[in-house]
Design a protein around this ligand. Structure first.
Ligand code: URA
Length: 214
């Protein structure tokens, strides 16, 4: 896709480029997700971090607050990061789509995965974030993010935990924290073990990237 930025930009322009993109997202009407949103959810954290986390899209709490991963899944994400001494200020967190995807069911809005058309409509913003931030490591959270970023045929249960080279970044996918929260008993323990293994691999790369900067 075409770059949203004409000029070559260094680290000093990163904040400005992200701020401009965020302004574009805030008034975006490229797809119907804009019709029901309370807030757009652009991204948060450290845009200079070597590590970028990409989720699927905002849920109810994120739509209400304008911040990614602030609900139950977000709390688990904090725990996953804390397991390797990271916190959300040390990474950059965003989503494939910037508006909540939900359907009305029985008088309530129920989250649903974004459609391919919605993900495509939002893709220039994610591409713009990737271009501005130039992460060295990307962690995709769940199937939809992995399909958007790594490969449309990506299968999270089979392909998670493996490294791929995407946008010049070492890229891995792990289970989405909301998926982890839906597991029970043995399955929950097994899924958690795999996510913890994945975040440790990601952290090793994060440490290497930080060492190179020092
Ligand atoms: N799930 C996501 O994929 N992203 C969020 O921001 C919140 C929940």
């Amino acid at each position: 896709m075409d770059s949203l930025f004409d000029a070559e930009g260094g680290a000093e322009n990163r904040g400005e480029r992200l701020a401009e993109l965020s302004r574009q997202v805030a008034v975006c009407t490229k797809c119907d997700l804009s019709l029901n949103r309370t807030n757009t959810v652009f991204g948060t954290g450290d845009p200079s971090s070597p590590l970028m986390l990409i989720g699927e899209g905002p849920g109810e709490n994120e739509d209400a607050s304008g911040l990614p991963f602030v609900g139950r899944a977000g709390k688990l994400l904090d725990d996953i990061l804390a397991a390797v001494d990271l916190d959300r200020d040390m990474v950059y967190i965003t989503n494939v789509v910037k508006c909540r995807a939900a359907n009305r069911e029985g008088g309530r809005m129920k989250n649903r995965p974004p459609t391919a058309a919605e993900a495509n409509a939002c893709d220039p913003y994610l591409q713009g974030q990737l271009e501005a931030i130039k992460p060295e490591i990307i962690l995709c959270l769940g199937g939809p993010a992995s399909k958007s970023i790594i490969n449309k045929n990506f299968r999270i249960t089979k392909d998670r935990g493996e490294w791929h080279e995407v946008y010049g970044a070492k890229t891995m996918a792990t289970f989405h924290p909301a998926y982890v929260l839906r597991q029970h008993g043995e399955d929950l323990q097994k899924t958690k073990r795999l996510v913890w293994r994945d975040i440790q691999e990601v952290y090793k790369e994060y440490q290497k990237a930080m060492e190179k900067r020092n």
